[in-house]
Design a protein. Sequence first.
Length: 164
Amino acid sequence: MHTVKAIYPGTFDPLTNGHLDLIARGAKIVDELVVAILRNSDKGTPLFSVAERLEMISEAVAPMENVSVTTFDGLLVDFARQQGAKAVLRGIRAISDYEYEFQMAMMNRKLDPELETLFMMPAEKYTYVSSRLIKGVFRLGADVSALVPPLVVERLKRKTAAGG
Ligand code: PNS
């Protein structure tokens, strides 16, 4: 049988409703979707540890039967090959995402011509949502409950209470 497995890689610090929307869309068109959290991100100190992000995403995707969550290190193409995945799923919110995504997709194609990158757009209502903005506005007291899953709101509150 011909089945398609795809990897949805990212930092997910933290998971947003935009990510979840994309996961749900991706899971409808591929047979198996693996959400993969990058362990050695060069984005600076994350707010949530990899273990915390793994827990949050696992809980959020629990109802989706063909979605699993894991972590990876090193090159995405190597991880995809190990997993037997044919495609990488990425979200594009606005034109501003395009250049970065295009460069990554082309680099990944250079590194592994067999691996395809699939781009999907999240729901319009999430086009401005990013993990970075969520952290920024939450820190300043904003209500982000419409933009991230409830379990992420809880974790954000706990972090703040713990002084993190
Ligand atoms: O959520 P992000 O930070 O936009 O995700 C970026 C990610 C994890 C997809 C990217 O940094 C990545 O794939 N890193 C692994 C290292 C790698 O393979 N780099 C080559 C791609 S250009």
